[in-house]
Structures are given as C-alpha cells and as structure tokens.
Ligand binder design. Structure first.
Ligand SMILES: Cc1ncc(COP(=O)(O)O)c(C=O)c1O
Length: 463
C-alpha cells in the first residue's frame, strides 16, 4: 500500500504537509517556476497491508444487495484471469490479444502535440488552469457539435464532455435511478446490463435463461439482421441501443433507426444511443441517432474518442442530451443530467480536452481517419481468414469487430480452444448476453504483424 507519509523504518510517520517549508509561498514560488523542482524531503515508502484473508474482522456494513446479484466477474476481468492462468501454464507462449478491444496504434502526433502544449502551459502562470467547467470546455463542446452533429440541430450546450462513454453510461444510470426498466440488445456491451443491476433496476439473475429479471433482452442474430423484432419487445422506460454494435459489429440502417425512434415515441421511452464506433461506418448507415427526424425528443447519445484516436488511456468522450428531451412531468432531462454531472464529476482532464480539440482539427480528423483505416484493413485480414476456413462471419464492415459463428458450440469452450491451441485471446460471445452463445468476437485492434501472425495460427488450428 502506498502511503503519503514520511517515515523511515522504525520511525513515526509524519504527514507530508508538515514538511512544507514554513516560508513556502505558492504564488511567489509559482511565478519563478522553481517550486516544482524543489525537492521536498519526502520519503514515500510502500507498506504492505495484511491480506484480507488473514483477518476475521468484519464491519457491520451489509453488502450492497444489487452488487451481490452480479454474476462472476466483469467479462473482461474474467478473460484476463484466464489469460493469466494460460501464461502460468505456458510461460513462453507469445499471446496475441484480439480480445478486450483495446486500441494498439500510437496516437497521431498532431493530437499528442496539442496535449503536450497544454501540459507545458500548465507549468506557466498564464497557462495554468485548475478546475474547469464540469460539462467541458465551451470550445470543445462547440467543436463536437459542429463536427459530429452539423445540421442536426445539436448545439454546444447539448454536449457534455466526459472522461469516456463507459463513465457516462454509469452517470446516466444514476440519472434514471432504480425505478426504471431497461431494454438492451442481446448481445451487447455488458456495461448497460451490469450498471442496471448495480442501480437496482433488475431482479435476480436467472441461471436457466442466463438473464437478469426485469430487463428486456432484445435478441439480435443473423436471422433478424442483428436488428430486434420490435413488435415482440415490451415497453421499457429506457432502451440502450449501440450502433455499430459491440460485439456484433452490425450498424443499424436508416430505416431500422426510424423504426426504433417510432417505437420509443409510441411507448414514451428514452433511447440511450451508444455511437462509440460511428466513425467506423463505411456505408450509408446513420452515424448519429439524431439523423432520424424526431429523435431529439426521445434520445440521447453517448460517444467517445477512445476508438478513433487511441484515447482508451487518455480518456475523453461526450454525451449529447438535447433540450427537446423531457421527462413525463415536462422536466428537462439535460437539466437533471447537468446536476448529476456537477455532483459526481469535476470535468474531463484539461490535457485530454486539448487532445480532443486536436482530434477535431482538420489534420486531427484526417489522422483519426487514417488510424481507423488501418484497423479496417486488419478487419479485412481477419474476415478473409475465417471465411477462407468456412466460417460465417458478421460485422466487420462498419466496426472494428468480427463476429464469428461457431454453431452449436459453447463460446467459452471456443475461447479456451483458441487460447490453448493458438495462444490467441478472443472474446466469448456469451459474455455479451445469452444471444452471443455460439459466437466469438475477434477484435481488429492490433499491430499488423500480430494480426497476420494470429491469422496464420488460426488457419493452422482450423484448417
Ligand atoms: C459500445 C461501447 N461503448 C462504450 C465504450 C467505452 O468507451 P470509453 O473508453 O469512452 O469509456 C466501449 C468500449 O469498448 C464500447 O465498446
């Protein structure tokens, strides 16, 4: 455990702040820019804490019953566990990870330069800034509105800049509270369902059907073109809809999204539209739900720079909540979301936001297109590999994911087989919902040589 105290072994710990020189003046030192270099006599040491298993002491706090409903680990944690176990068994294995969906290519320099410039400015008096607006910098909000929602009637004030789409999904769940019922595509990004469970919107997990009670799972399969049969979906308050979808890679067409908006309007539901992969769309599928007339009254949209600019570690995303979107009592959804954001979030990092502005410069946009183009070439290699082996593959065209069908097989078994025999990590489809059973998701995020090597190993395995 890292402690912020000063102590040498055997001496009493002293809080760090006591060691600031008594004459220390932040303003005076800041203007000379020297204070950063002054070395404080701080000796930070690691103190091991006793493992939880060693103690029989328990608090009197009962566990959150909603968290107790969650099954096993979060999908990607479970995969990491199995990967680690594989490495223990095969310490020399050169594992190729096409699993989690983390980006691999360097962030284009035009973007890192923008971040570096802002970072350096922070060490000058004029360039320093502390807390910013919780909703993000006006300039970035305006640039997002102009770049992604030009002519769609979305304005700067409708855009809430964030530390990523995943974090926003949790904040949206806090906004809705525990008394709503959600629908989600099956399969889909696990965060919609898991955050719903944590919020207490669901009943217990039903092992027989592998679903939580009080969630509508909208089945998306090759048979229905990966778009749910809305005539058989009961009304819910909230509809999470991800397009292009993770994991299937399917992007909904204009006609399908028009049906979805009508369905939401007929039912008085709110759509939370996740467009984290919109820039991967290469056909004429809409890139935003707001391309559909009337959507502003029934939808909000969350998005991210993660998969466009390699910002999975930098962290920057946004959520659009149009002013036209109202709760049943006429109250503005955006106003309540603003309240949640201001209460639980202190704004995205200023350095990330500078990066966001870099992304949206003409050179930045071109650079993101180039990175996306690179991953799409990877996608083609993966698709060609599996199709040459006789598999049916889906997705890929509008997303960095290839959804590979292994009819009749358990997807964790396929995951284990590919890991064991090819040392390649994929993602078992069932981790995205029961509708993912019989599939694995193969991610196109990877260095080219890794993708080619993975393709070679897969061809050997399934020839
Ligand atoms: C559909 C979808 N939404 C959101 C996210 C999370 O994005 P972020 O990195 O902005 O939190 C992911 C990440 O994989 C995703 O697949």
């Amino acid at each position: 455990m890292m402690t912020g105290t000063t102590a040498s072994p055997g001496t009493k710990a002293t809080p760090m702040s006591f060691l600031l020189p008594s004459s220390f003046s932040l303003r005076a030192s800041k203007s000379s820019n020297l204070w950063l270099m002054r070395r404080l006599p701080v000796n930070v040491r690691c103190v091991s804490s006793s493992p939880a298993a060693d103690t029989s002491y328990t608090t009197k706090v009962s566990r959150n019953a909603n968290i107790a409903k969650l099954q096993a680990g979060y999908l990607f944690r479970e995969m990491a566990k199995r990967r680690a176990a594989h490495l223990l068994k095969h310490p020399d294995a050169e594992i190729i990870s096409l699993g989690v969906g983390d980006t691999t290519e360097p962030i284009p320099e035009v973007i890192t330069n923008a971040m570096a410039e802002r970072a350096h400015a922070l060490s000058t008096v004029d360039g320093y800034s502390g807390y910013g607006a919780e909703q993000g910098e006006k300039k970035l909000r305006a640039a997002i509105a102009a770049t992604y929602y030009a002519d769609l009637g979305i304005e700067e004030a409708d855009v809430f800049v964030s530390d990523g789409a995943k974090c926003d999904i949790s904040r949206l769940q806090v906004l809705f509270g525990s008394n709503v019922k959600i629908a989600a595509q099956d399969p889909s990004y696990p965060v919609y369902v898991d955050s719903s469970v944590i919020m207490g919107q669901t009943d217990l997990y039903q092992q027989d059907v592998q679903k939580y009670g009080n969630i509508e799972y909208m089945r998306c399969s090759p048979e229905n073109g990966f778009f749910p049969d809305l005539s058989s979906v009961p009304r819910t308050d909230i509809i999470f809809f991800c397009s292009p979808n993770n994991p299937t890679g399917a992007a909904a067409s204009r006609d399908q999204l028009t049906q979805l908006v009508k369905f939401a309007k007929d039912n008085g539901s709110i759509i939370v539209y996740d467009s984290a992969y919109a820039m991967y769309i290469s056909d004429d599928s809409p890139k935003s739900i707001f391309e559909i007339p009337g959507a502003k009254e029934v939808a909000m949209e969350t998005a991210s720079f993660s998969k466009y600019a390699g910002f999975t570690g930098v962290r920057l995303g946004w959520t659009v909540v149009p002013k036209e979107l109202l709760f049943s009592d006429g109250h503005s959804v955006a106003k309540d979301f603003n309240r949640i954001v201001c209460t639980s979030f202190n704004g995205a990092s200023t350095i990330s936001q500078a990066g966001g502005l870099g992304c949206l410069s003409p050179e930045g946009l071109q650079a993101m297109e180039d990175v996306i183009g690179f991953y799409k070439e990877n996608t083609k290699i993966i698709v060609d590999t599996f199709t040459s082996l006789g598999f049916n593959v889906y997705g890929a065209k509008n997303a960095p994911y290839v959804w590979v069908h292994f009819p009749g097989r358990n997807s964790w078994d396929v995951f284990a087989e590919i890991l064991e025999k090819a040392h390649v990590v994929t993602t078992p489809g069932s981790g995205f919902g029961p509708g993912g059973e019989g599939f694995v998701r193969v991610s196109a995020f990877g260095h080219r040589e890794s993708i080619i090597e993975a393709a070679r190993r897969l061809k050997q395995l399934y020839k």
